[in-house]
Design a protein around this ligand. Structure first.
Ligand SMILES: Nc1ncnc2c1ncn2[C@@H]1O[C@H](COP(=O)(O)OP(=O)(O)OP(=O)(O)O)[C@@H](O)[C@H]1O
Ligand SMILES: [Mg+2]
Length: 365
């Protein structure tokens, strides 16, 4: 049963699965996709860098799956073009199939064992039997399924099937990989494990990957860059850090993480820089400190703004405490790490909030 795990044990530490790293350049040029009168994707221009893990993030109906379908060639643009390695996707409809695009659903072959499912794409590419065994056992280990190689897909849970699907996607070593909600069926712990595994698979194989998700945490964890979509358009494209720390718009600020919009709270916002017109001031929940009204003035008070508020509620979230605090007509969200000796505030407690002026961000309204 476990002979495949044994084969893997014989492999050298630095064994690399990678076969043929031909990474094409992918470019969307002013792509629009209409479904009747609905513009699912609007004037989208985007270059996917070679070898990068790019995630498309956005609310339901924002055009994520449509973008992926266009790239796969399953849908044709209504306007604009998509270039893969210098060829228009529309020009060469069969060419793209040779590129071995893999969609991540768990459409496994139901009549083949897990091992055979993984061997299949290698067999199609003429990989020798010995090499196939080696690669498959190695890959099964990566997705924590080495004991289940002889099972049929119907004998696996949804999460296990999804991991086999992921393993098959990577093992085929396609020029690029398209993933639509690849970890959607997994529970939180397994999801986090698989995120780490996917990141390391991506690093090892170097496959240019375009991944669609509505899970912001997953996007932040996995991606080199994130595209935030809203109503068919790109709202912002940036690294996870830049997206979180420097969101361009209030939509991005609220969609990636939580955001407190400071406007209309009954106080003038202080900041180190001039507020550009058409923007609102924003601050992240973990940047705000909550203290008793009579608490000592913070040592760096000259760099802080401080306002009075009333606690609406307090929520325990494991290592974090989350407060809702009413300031004027706004409710602020504050998140703090639980630490020994810290005061705990209750609903209707009067408190003071303070934050560094340099932590205030201006985002397009
Ligand atoms: N075949 C179709 N015919 C008509 N409208 C469609 C079709 N496919 C998608 N749409 C519309 O295009 C828009 C974008 O859909 P898409 O499936 O790309 O969204 P999504 O971002 O993947 O959403 P979700 O997170 O719910 O999967 C939606 O308004 C949707 O109703
Ligand atoms: Mg979708």
């Amino acid at each position: 049963m476990n002979m495949h795990a044994k084969t893997a044990d014989l492999l050298p530490e630095d064994y690399v699965l990678k076969l043929s790293p031909v990474q094409p350049q992918i470019e969307f040029r002013n792509v629009t996709k209409m479904y009747g009168k609905v513009a699912a994707v609007r004037d989208l221009s985007l270059t996917v860098r070679r070898g990068e893990f790019l995630t498309i993030l956005g609310p339901s109906g924002s055009g994520k799956t449509t973008t992926l379908m266009l790239l796969a060639g399953f849908e044709a643009p209504s306007a604009g073009d998509i270039m893969i390695a210098g060829h228009s996707v529309a020009e060469v409809p069969s060419h793209r199939r040779d590129q071995g695009i893999v969609f991540q659903n768990y459409a496994l072959f139901p009549h083949l064992t897990v091992i055979r499912n993984l061997e299949f794409p290698l067999e199609m590419r003429g990989v020798s039997a010995a090499e196939r065994t080696t690669r498959v056992s190695r890959m099964l280990e990566r997705v924590h399924l080495n004991d289940l190689g002889l099972r049929m897909p119907s004998q696996l849970s949804g999460g296990q099937q999804q991991r086999v699907g992921l393993a098959r996607a990577f093992i085929a070593d396609p020029p690029f990989l398209l993933l639509d909600e690849p970890l959607g069926a997994l529970d939180r712990n397994l999801r986090e494990q698989m995120q780490i595994e996917m990141k390391s698979l991506h690093k090892e194989f170097g496959i240019t990957t375009v991944c669609v998700t509505h899970d912001q945490e997953e996007a932040l964890t996995l991606s080199d860059r994130i595209v935030v979509m809203r109503a068919g358009k790109i709202e912002q494209i940036d690294s996870p850090e830049a997206l979180y720390d420097r969101p361009a718009t209030s939509f991005v600020a609220k969609f990636v993480g939580e955001a407190n919009i400071l406007e209309n709270s009954g106080f003038g916002v202080e900041s180190d820089t001039e507020q550009p017109t058409g923007t609102v001031a924003m601050i992240r929940p973990e940047r705000i400190r909550i203290v008793a009204p009579e608490a000592l003035t913070p040592a760096d008070a000259d760099r802080r703004q401080s306002v009075a508020g009333t606690v609406d509620d307090m929520i325990y979230a494991g290592p974090l405490r989350k407060y809702h605090v009413r300031v004027g007509s706004n409710v602020f969200v504050i998140r703090e790490q639980v630490a020994a000796g810290q005061p705990i505030f209750r609903p209707s407690d009067e408190v003071r909030l303070n934050w560094l002026r340099s932590d205030v961000r201006f985002v397009a309204a």
